[in-house]
Design a protein around this ligand. Sequence first.
Ligand code: 5GP
Ligand code: ZN
Length: 113
Amino acid sequence: MNTDCLFCRIARGEAKADVVYRTPTLVAIRDINPQAPTHVLVIPTEHVETLGDTADAEFLGSLLVAASEVARRERIDLRGYRVVINNKAESGQTVPHIHLHVLGGRAMKWPPG
Ligand code: 5GP
Ligand code: ZN
């Protein structure tokens, strides 16, 4: 737990968020600045900054399983959706607590910007 971290506080229910899915070890919330009709963030309760800061396959796998569950619940699983993890400054990561973006509800372009 990092008391200065926004996503630690959201994951613990200490900061307000629109929660769409929760397990004992993670939470999924609607992004405050959505980039697609569906834009949900999967956030683990544990404070890990980036993908490079853990090699715990069970931990990382649980985030992907949750992203898939969120896509089903949001009904974007059949049409298609994108899962993104930004890591560090050049990728555009703004919150240094690992999270998966689950984006859907519109056609996506490739390559991403
Ligand atoms: P990053 O840029 O680090 O990959 O993604 C951070 C995401 O968190 C951004 O899409 C941003 O809109 C979202 N975000 C930042 N602050 C808040 C907040 O207080 N509540 C919610 N729900 N999303 C937030
Ligand atoms: Zn944190």
